[in-house]
Ligand binder design. Structure first.
Ligand SMILES: [Zn+2]
Length: 180
């Protein structure tokens, strides 16, 4: 699939999701065996939050072998996430990377309230840099995505071989993905 075809597939999947009660993605034994024997060729990398309300395979109505998903609270893109993206784009040839934030992100909320405790601080430290002095919850969630897109672009470069890297925001109430 081309970059444009991947984006079209994701957008259509999200529209289908809005009026569905179950994911129609292929999780059959056939696709399990096919991907086990022939390897994976995920057409998109999705970096998103660990929030249980944000399930990328469902949001885009996908099955086995379609999305290379990286989930971490606050969809922060530190070295381990960037390494995962580099692997997916460099070795599995995924042409598109989506940094998918979401409304009411608890990690962004924690950063707006100050510093997290123990290891959570690593996440809030990143988000503080991403959002700067922004105090508005919704705007901060968007800034956090934009910062992630920038980090991914810096890591992967912008040549003609580079993947398309886009930001998007998932509304946990409506289910809609807004492309930034
Ligand atoms: Zn979140």
């Amino acid at each position: 699939m081309t970059k444009e075809e991947v984006l079209k597939r994701l957008k259509e999947g999200n529209i289908r999701y809005l009026s569905s009660n179950a994911n129609d993605g292929d999780v059959s034994e056939t696709v399990r065996i096919d991907t086990a024997e022939n390897g994976q060729h995920p057409y998109a990398v999705v970096v998103t939050c660990s929030d249980s309300r944000v399930v990328p395979e469902d949001i885009f109505m996908t099955g086995i072998g379609e999305l290379f998903t990286i989930r971490v609270a606050g969809n922060v893109l530190t070295d381990t996430q960037l390494g995962s993206i580099e692997y997916a784009c460099g070795h599995l040839h995924s042409p598109v990377v989506v940094v998918l934030g979401h409304t009411n992100c608890g990690a962004v909320g924690a950063a707006l309230e100050g510093d997290g405790e123990k290891h959570v601080k690593a996440i809030t430290d990143y988000i503080h840099i991403a959002i700067g002095n922004e105090k508005d919850y919704e705007k901060a969630c968007c800034l956090n995505v934009e910062y992630g897109v920038k980090a991914a672009k810096e890591a992967l470069g912008s040549g003609s071989d580079a993947p398309l890297i886009v930001g998007a925001m998932y509304d946990i109430r409506t289910g809609e993905v807004k492309w930034l």
